[in-house]
Design a protein around this ligand. Structure first.
Ligand code: PMP
Length: 395
């Protein structure tokens, strides 16, 4: 069986039309396939490889930790130096109320745990999320995801979930003193990159304070420099009660986390003890990689570079078929207003050495979310390819 046949036959398929690139090597912003072709990566493993593929400091940290120990015990029993160091460093970069980290294995798992914690804090059950949101694929996260198509075959999901419109002031009133949590992406990702008004997020914060609802920011996609600041929330001057992280958190290895105050986190220690548990969460190898990535991200000032490169994309991507390029930093959506053309253009770009990708809930746009280290000349090359692809697919 060929590799492609085995891929299709022996691995569960989620996409009816997988891209099926056969990557043998990756570094920086480039992917190399088995046939010797090179691609500029505008996807970064879906906002994971923010510091670039195989950043030398990340690879070094992984190798060094692999030589010490791998898994030794489920989360929370032993002192594991990489875990403690990563939690210390991460919280040193966050507002002082977000001073305690719980590491898990993925974004959706972190969302699940954050929902549980919000219920524990408030003693309430009602959850509020936004239309067109994406929070993950497990039952709880799916329940608060605003994409009906992904949900309807899995009901019953969590009860007592309500949706508000993203960035709609009038809907904030739906948050009341029966609300346990309000879950928001500071910039919606899979909705096609939607940036809210600062006033809306601030009003949401005030309403949560007034009603006692817990404000949860899902920064799985917006975290770690993606939007041009270390975290998406940094654009808006709003601090959540629980911060949810994932994707780039592990420096290219699988990881999620939720961060809150020490007092609130202590609810997970008693009645019941072991209030949230995970075997692999905070794996030492992943923590070592994540910490090295975070150090590289800040030392090399990648968020500021992302701002500059994002502006360059916006400047260069001018074409009669482009209705809008929206987003912050290197979290961008190129809006064509035509779902079929998006498909054709993404495939055309791939044929010409540029990997772009689509969104879950916005078929009329494609995403640009490269590693944050993308160079100016790579941006120019990628934009020239995109513009040529648009012209080839004008009819
Ligand atoms: N929240 C957001 C905002 C996301 O973009 C994603 C993944 N696309 C998730 C949660 C789920 O993360 P994971 O796939 O690691 O479970």
């Amino acid at each position: 069986m060929s590799l492609l046949e085995a891929f299709k036959d022996r691995l569960a398929q989620t996409s009816p039309t997988p891209l099926a690139l056969d990557i043998v090597q990756a570094e920086g912003c480039l992917l190399h396939d088995r046939s010797g072709r090179t691609y500029i990566d505008l996807v970064a493993g879906l906002a994971v490889c923010n510091v670039g593929h195989r950043h030398p400091a990340v690879v070094k940290a992984i190798k060094e930790q692999a030589d010490r120990y791998l898994h030794v015990i489920p989360y929370g029993e032993f002192l594991q130096e990489p875990q403690v160091h990563y939690a210390e460093r991460l919280t040193s970069m966050l507002p002082s109320s977000l001073n305690c980290v719980y590491f898990v294995n993925s974004g959706t798992e972190a969302i699940e745990a954050a929902l549980k914690l919000a219920k524990r804090i408030t003693g309430r059950t009602r959850l509020i999320a936004c239309r067109k949101s994406y929070h993950g694929s497990t039952h709880g996260s799916l329940s608060i995801t605003g994409n009906e198509e992904k949900k309807y075959r899995h009901r019953p999901l969590l009860p007592d979930v309500r949706f508000i419109r993203f960035n709609a002031m009038e809907d904030i009133i739906l948050i009341d003193n029966e609300t346990a949590a309000v879950v928001v992406e500071p910039v919606q990702g899979d909705a096609g990159v939607r940036v809210p008004d600062e006033a809306w997020l601030q009003a949401l914060r005030e309403r949560c304070d007034k009603t006692g609802a817990i404000m949860i920011f899902d920064e799985v996609q917006t975290g770690f420099g993606r939007t041009g600041r270390l975290f998406g929330m940094d654009h808006f001057g709003v601090v959540p009660d629980i911060l949810v992280l994932g994707k780039a958190l592990g420096g290219g290895l699988p990881m999620g986390a939720f961060v809150s105050s020490r007092e609130r986190m202590q609810l997970l220690t008693h009645q019941p003890a072991l209030g949230h548990i995970t075997t692999f969460g905070g794996h030492p190898l992943v923590c070592a990689a994540g910490l090295a990535a975070l150090e590289a991200l800040t030392a090399e000032e990648m968020p500021a570079h992302a701002t500059r490169m994002g502006a360059l994309f916006k400047e260069l991507l001018v074409h009669p078929l482009i209705k809008e390029v929206r987003g912050l930093g290197l979290m961008l959506a190129v809006e064509l207003g035509d779902a079929q053309r998006v498909q054709r253009v993404v495939h055309d770009c791939l044929d010409h050495g540029v990997l772009g990708f689509w969104f879950l809930s916005c078929p009329t746009a494609f995403r640009i979310a490269p590693p944050l280290i993308i160079s100016g000349s790579q941006v120019r090359q990628a934009c020239a390819t995109i513009l040529a692809a648009l012209s080839r697919n004008a009819t």
